[in-house]
Structure formats: structure tokens, C-alpha cells
Design a protein around this ligand. Structure first.
Ligand SMILES: [Cu+2]
Length: 140
């Protein structure tokens, strides 16, 4: 009887120990979560590849102008949000206009914090259609 009880304690102890070993530490899980989602975008006369991500995603946006020099300006407040709202796209090193020299990969890191549609537009004159060169980042 005594031995049987001892054996069952041993079994439980072993079970707990195994779980502790198999369950990944929280820090490891968090490190994986914070790895950015890499998204490639091309800019060309007169459009940007549309982007769609889930809210809460860290994004590494890699933008390449494929046909000539362009630029990218990103609106960090979603369509329809009150003016002066906190940015829903939190950009690591914000700039008014990122220059996109033809063929060069320009990396922009941001967190897609709040759901909404964010406008992007070209900010380097690139031809007759420049004014209409727009795109969107949709956060869902
Ligand atoms: Cu342009």
C-alpha cells in the first residue's frame, strides 16, 4: 500500500518534471512573436502593391521601385479616424518621404497597431500619373 502510494507520487513528479522540460519558456515564445513579418512591396508607375496584415503584427516592409525612382509617404492615422488620433501604424523611424531609388530595397519597420485603412502615396515626382500614384496598407 505504502509502496503503491510512493509509486503514484513518483509518477506525478515525473509528469510535472516532463511538462516543465517540454513547455517552452515564455521568453522563447515572445521572441518568436516579435519576429517581424517581412512584406515585399513594389512601387511602379503608378501603383504600390497593396498590403494587408493583421492588427498587432510587426512588419518589415521592403519597398522596391522597379521602373524608375519613386518615393513613399505613409499616412499613420487610418481613414476616418479623428484628426490628431494616435498613430495606428507605429513606425520605428518615421519619415515624411522615403526616397525609393530605382532597384534599391528600402526597409521600413512598423507595428500595425490599429485596424483600418492607411493611405500611401508617391512623394517623388515620377511622371504624368504621379498625383494618382497611391496605395493602401489595410490592417484587419
Ligand atoms: Cu511619383
Amino acid at each position: 500500500m505504502q509502496l503503491k502510494r510512493f509509486a503514484s507520487y513518483c509518477f506525478i513528479g515525473l509528469f510535472v518534471a516532463t511538462c516543465a522540460v517540454l513547455a517552452p519558456p515564455a521568453s522563447v515564445v515572445r521572441a518568436q512573436d516579435s519576429a517581424p513579418q517581412v512584406i515585399e512591396m513594389s512601387a511602379k508607375k503608378y501603383e504600390f502593391t497593396p498590403v494587408r496584415v493583421k492588427a498587432g503584427t510587426k512588419v518589415q516592409l521592403k519597398v522596391t521601385a522597379t521602373d524608375r525612382d519613386h518615393g513613399i509617404a505613409i499616412e499613420t492615422v487610418a481613414d476616418g479616424a479623428a484628426k490628431g488620433s494616435a498613430p495606428g501604424l507605429v513606425i520605428d523611424s518615421p519619415e515624411k518621404c522615403w526616397k525609393l531609388p530605382k532597384g534599391e530595397v528600402v526597409t521600413i519597420n512598423f507595428t500595425a497597431q490599429t485596424a483600418g485603412t492607411y493611405q500611401i502615396k508617391c512623394c517623388v515626382h515620377c511622371g504624368l500619373g504621379h498625383g494618382g500614384m497611391k496605395g493602401t496598407i489595410v490592417v484587419e
